[in-house]
Design a protein around this ligand. Structure first.
Ligand code: CUA
Length: 357
């Protein structure tokens, strides 16, 4: 029986080559030094072995050149590794301005994905290749870690905050998604698939059934249900600041600071309104902690985001361009928990909303 064990996973994102190049270099370097040092030890052990009982070694004279050489060479090599690693790191961890935005909520023990168009998926993510994909991620319970080896991407998902990660898939295919942080009994079952499709296929997939309306529309419905609209009035005369044009703009706070109204700021303003109060307004807004879950928070944020002026992540983004301030309000439930696609149940949970027992 022949078993082929690949040295590294398939390369399916723009990061893969850089990461593999550096990793391969570290391998070669480790082997060269490891083998070289081991052989030298054996050689010296034989060559300079004690030959008779009362042999006294010659005194060692310091060899300046040798000392300098074995200090400077490793220094240069390690600084080279540092610079090489840092360049890859900065590329990976600086989120680009534009890209396809997708929201991710992790929970024990599944991955939930929300597309701006309204599609919701569990343990299955559909994206096109050749385009940057930006994930904004949070969790409903404990720490998880989003890990797609084929993309060379791994990022912790931490309760109470948004972490983000981006990548650009380079070829169609199905790639395994893992949770890479031990998170309880079924941690090992917290797996899924990322389906990378041809851009045209992806468009077809997108239009194939967003019956629930876009994320922003769902958010707008929730915004009305929670009566946020009674204070955050569009004419700016309400008791709370008006939200039109907020997303991505600079906000003047009561304490004189200025912040950018990004996802994290809006999230905090909903859960802990007094934390960073907008200048000119009173601390009268109640907290919505416990009233809205992480998914609903993302819906509200998507709604605020759709009110413009334009996404902080660039206007040239076809995905975020379409969620218009939605005018139609159906009477569908505020939180339709229906996974739209999950053709291949991959874990014991098989796309069910309930964690497996
Ligand atoms: Cu989630 Cu391990």
């Amino acid at each position: 029986m022949q078993v082929s064990v690949p040295f590294s996973p398939e390369q399916a994102s723009t990061f893969a080559e850089g990461v593999d190049g550096l990793y391969g270099f570290l391998w070669v370097l480790t082997i060269l030094f490891g083998v070289g040092i081991t052989l030298t030890i054996f050689y010296f052990a034989v060559k300079y072995r004690r030959r008779d009982e009362d042999e006294i070694p010659r005194p060692i004279r310091p060899a300046m050149r040798l000392e300098v050489a074995w200090t400077v060479i490793p220094f240069i090599v390690s600084m080279g590794i540092f610079a090489w690693g840092a360049s890859i790191y900065y590329k990976m961890y600086r989120t680009p301005d534009e890209g396809l935005d997708i929201y991710v909520v992790a929970k024990q023990w599944m991955w939930k994905f929300q597309h701006l168009d309204g599609q919701r998926e569990i343990n299955e993510l559909h994206i096109p290749y050749g385009r940057r994909v930006k994930l904004t991620m949070t969790t409903e319970d404990v720490i998880h870690s989003f890990y797609v080896p084929a993309f060379r991407v791994k990022m912790d998902v931490v309760p109470g905050k948004y972490s983000s990660v981006w990548f650009e898939p380079t070829k169609p295919g199905r790639y395994q998604l893992f949770c890479a942080e031990y998170c309880g009994t079924s941690h090992s079952g917290m797996i899924g698939w990322v389906s990378v499709m041809e851009p045209s296929e992806y468009q077809a997939w997108l239009s194939g059934g967003a019956g629930e309306g876009s994320l922003a529309q769902t958010g707008q419905k929730l915004f009305q249900d929670l009566a946020c609209i009674s204070c955050h009035r569009t004419d700016g005369q309400g008791r709370g600041p008006k939200l039109e044009g907020l997303y991505g703009s600079q906000v003047q706070l009561q304490d004189g600071q200025r912040v950018v109204a990004d996802e994290s700021y809006i999230r905090e303003s909903i859960l802990n309104p007094k934390a960073r109060l907008v200048s000119g307004y009173q601390a009268i807004m109640p907290t919505f902690q416990g009233l809205v879950n992480e998914e609903q928070l993302l819906q509200l944020i998507a709604y605020v985001r759709s009110l413009g002026p334009q996404s902080a992540s660039g206007g040239a983004n076809p995905a975020s361009a379409q969620p218009q301030p939605a005018q139609h309000q159906g009477n569908r439930p505020a939180e339709p928990n229906v996974p739209r696609t999950n053709p291949t149940p991959t874990g014991p949970q098989g796309g069910a909303e309930r964690p497996p027992q």
